[in-house]
Design a protein around this ligand. Structure first.
Ligand SMILES: NC(=O)c1ccc[n+]([C@@H]2O[C@H](COP(=O)([O-])OP(=O)(O)OC[C@H]3O[C@@H](n4cnc5c(N)ncnc54)[C@H](O)[C@@H]3O)[C@@H](O)[C@H]2O)c1
Ligand SMILES: O=P(O)(O)OC[C@H](O)CO
Length: 341
């Protein structure tokens, strides 16, 4: 919490949706001086004066922070810049703000997606859009459902950065009595876990919506972790990451919680909605619906077999019925258990 002898770390949070606002709350509760930037003047005013963001966090009272639509105001003197917009708009959003970011700020990605078209992870997009070295980009990812954290329920997370000092700086800035960050240098693994677990959560939701029970759910989660691990190892990730908070931790949280937008969207699809209807019914950002295609593309480029992701893409974009996806997965050639196939 705040040490009266040292000045508060100044942080800009870009994106005033559910996770951006919640992480702003985490930082403010950890003693940071937080400015929350978003496109909506009404939300900015509400955050500053009423200490709420009722659309995204109903019933939650926020700590003191400044909401603003003025990016220059948010970014001035910010030592940490947190990015919490949907992955597919990250590049455009950051490119427009590039000249406003302080030269030595650490940029933190909260985003869990892979960019369509380039198949880049969000740290790669940030490096290009802001023209910063990777050593100044950190990723925060773990079992972090915003609505639970906004109620100050206890959880932990991973702060990944190739620069240990930068990871520790961010971890110290967001550490508070209900939020415990661990540091890690495996940016590739942590980012892939965050993006691909959303696709696996869609598959679990589809199974639930179709009426399948616990055996199916456990099978998809377990083989989903194999799929994430296989892709991650091929891309140079550290094996230990997959059994950690950003790996198994977040996979379990997202696949089993009705609060997960990806799980919810998958359930709507399993119950028979079209993708368009399911996106509308889910409301806020379900990253897996878009990232499933970039994850599949990335895996194909690297010759990695990702059958669950491939099935999700076929259901969402080619009209494959969920039961046919299940039949297809189960009728593949017999093999030994493990990450090999
Ligand atoms: N909500 C969670 O529990 C949670 C937890 C961990 C990670 N994440 C990740 O955080 C990221 C943000 O998700 P979220 O849950 O806050 O989404 P959200 O849908 O709740 O909010 C997204 C915000 O981005 C804004 N936005 C959209 N397009 C924009 C643009 N072009 N420029 C500026 N702002 C724009 C929206 O207005 C909204 O305020 C996603 O990658 C998600 O996977 C979410
Ligand atoms: O609501 P979801 O499906 O985007 O998941 C939120 C977080 O990523 C869980 O850690």
């Amino acid at each position: 919490m705040t040490n009266p002898t040292t000045p508060a770390t100044r942080v800009a949070v870009l994106g005033s949706g559910s996770w951006g606002t919640t992480f702003a709350m985490v930082l403010a509760d950890a003693g940071c001086d937080v400015r929350l930037w978003g496109r909506s003047a009404d939300v900015a005013e509400e955050v500053t004066t009423q200490h709420t963001n009722a659309r995204y966090l109903p019933g939650i009272t926020l700590p003191a922070m400044t909401g603003t639509t003025d990016a220059a105001e948010a970014l001035a003197d910010a030592q940490i810049v947190v990015v919490a917009v949907p992955s597919q708009v990250a590049r455009a959003t950051l490119t427009a703000l590039r000249d406003l970011v302080e030269p030595d700020a650490v940029i933190v990605s909260l985003m869990k997606g892979v960019e369509l078209g380039t198949d880049e992870r969000m740290s790669q997009v940030i490096v290009e859009a802001l023209d910063v070295p990777l050593s100044r980009v950190a990723v925060v990812s773990g079992p972090n459902l915003a609505l639970e954290i906004a109620e100050r329920q206890p959880t932990a997370t991973v702060v990944a950065c190739i620069d240990e000092d930068a990871a520790r700086f961010v971890a110290e800035a967001c550490s508070n009595p209900y939020f415990r960050p661990y540091t890690n240098d495996d940016v590739v693994g942590v980012e892939l876990c965050g993006a691909v677990k959303n696709v696996i959560a869609l598959a679990v939701g589809m199974a639930q919506g179709r009426g399948f029970g616990s055996n199916t759910i456990a099978t998809v989660i377990t083989r989903g972790l194999v799929e994430i691990t296989r892709l991650g190892l091929e891309l140079g990730a550290d094996a230990a990451t997959f059994s950690g908070l950003a790996g198994m931790g977040d996979l379990v949280a997202t696949c089993t919680s009705p609060l997960s937008r990806n799980n919810t969207l998958g359930r709507h699809i399993g119950e028979g909605m079209s993708l368009e209807e399911a996106v509308t019914a889910t409301g806020t950002t379900a990253e897996g619906a878009k990232s499933c295609r970039s994850v599949l593309d990335l895996a194909s480029k690297h010759g990695v077999d990702v059958p669950i992701t491939s099935g999700v893409v076929s259901v969402l974009y080619d009209g494959l019925p969920v039961e046919d996806m299940a039949r297809g997965l189960l009728s593949r050639p017999q093999k030994a258990e493990g990450i090999g196939g």
